[in-house]
Write a protein that binds this ligand. Structure first.
Ligand code: SAM
Length: 325
């Protein structure tokens, strides 16, 4: 049964997240993207009286919604406004150093998409904003009106994997010479005119996703944030990450592979000289079933990956070791 929060966000794979993440009912858990508190609520119900939940979100509207929803759990639930790349510092302010589980549910909430004044949606008119929180320095309007043609092409290619990137970026640069683009539907109509009928919806989704990722700096800090989360886990603790597109999922896979790797020395050496031990083991990858996708179409693109922290200290991350070797 899906725990619905129609006014804010319906949590994806709720029961799976709970089953895979909770190892100690009295443990401390972190929700790095608490949103409307949907996953948090499901998991707090499962935890014992001593179990605690610390929710983080960069969006003040999410912090308010989650605080309201989790109020009935009293001191067992804390909601903090901040970015997950500051995870360790945020935990320190809560007097916590090691945790039993960390959840990342990446991307935007349904509330952010549905609130037209936030400017995330290409099907409702609103200001071209797309900032998830006050920490984002530039709005979508700043990006589309100020970035160079080359940079716009790079954004659309890298974060949207859009084939018509050059055509769309050129059209934006021509249009903004006349007057700056200020509204979501202005941009959506302009983009729609650059592609053929059947491609329009997918292209709009890719271009709006690309601008959102640029505005909120979503991808670059993700690797460090996930590594930091593995580091704060106690042995036996678990990290679960829900991602919604291949760019995010690639980073998750890379960090999990890196954490679970032992020897990182040259493969033609007869014995391992690097003495590296794995920090974690990868447990599972879960996709939503047909009935959940039917009830909540957002679940269609979701992938949940879970890894478990092993005994032993924090090692040098493989990518870091390779960079410095
Ligand atoms: C998919 S929603 C989470 C929904 C939540 N699991 C629930 O059940 O309601 C993603 C949330 O992550 C937040 N977010 C995105 N990037 C963040 C970051 N770097 N730090 C903290 N929160 C972030 C967004 O503001 C959004 O509220």
């Amino acid at each position: 049964m899906i725990n619905k929060a129609p006014d804010f966000h319906t949590p994806v794979l709720g029961p799976d997240v709970s089953r895979w993440l909770i190892t100690d009912p009295s443990g401390v858990y972190v929700d790095a993207t608490v949103g409307g508190g949907g996953h948090a609520e499901i998991m707090l119900e499962e935890l014992g009286d001593a179990g605690r939940w610390i929710g983080i979100d960069r969006d003040p509207e999410a912090v308010e919604a989650a605080s309201r929803r989790l109020k009935r759990f009293g001191g067992r639930a804390r909601v903090v406004q901040g970015c997950f790349w500051d995870l360790k510092a945020i935990l320190a302010t809560q007097g916590v150093s090691g945790v039993s589980g960390v959840l990342f549910d990446l991307g935007v909430s349904s509330h952010q998409i549905d609130a037209s004044e936030r400017g995330f949606s290409f099907s409702q008119d609103g200001p071209l904003d797309m900032r998830m929180g006050p920490d984002a320095a530039r709005s979508a309007q700043d990006v589309v009106n100020s970035e160079s043609l080359e940079h716009l092409i790079r954004i659309f290619r890298t974060y949207g994997e859009e084939r018509a990137s050059v055509r769309i970026a050129r059209a934006i640069c021509r249009a903004r010479e006349e007057k700056p683009l200020r509204r979501t539907l202005e941009l959506a109509n302009l983009v729609a005119r650059q592609v053929r009928g059947r491609m329009v919806q997918k292209t709009l989704a890719r271009i709006f996703q690309a601008i959102r990722i640029e505005v909120n700096g979503e991808l670059e800090p993700l690797q460090d944030a996930l590594q930091g989360a593995v580091e704060v886990l106690k042995p036996g603790g678990r990290i679960g990450v829900l991602s919604y597109h291949s760019l995010e999922d690639r980073v998750v896979k890379q960090v999990f592979r890196d954490a679970s790797q032992e020897c990182i020395g040259p493969t033609d050496f007869p014995i391992c000289a690097c003495e590296r031990v794995a920090m974690a083991r990868v447990l599972t990858r879960v996709r939503a079933g047909a009935s959940e996708v039917n009830e909540n179409p957002r679940a269609r693109s979701a992938t949940l990956r879970v890894a478990e922290r092993l005994e032993g200290g924090v090692q040098r991350w493989v990518c870091e070791a390779l960079l410095n070797s």
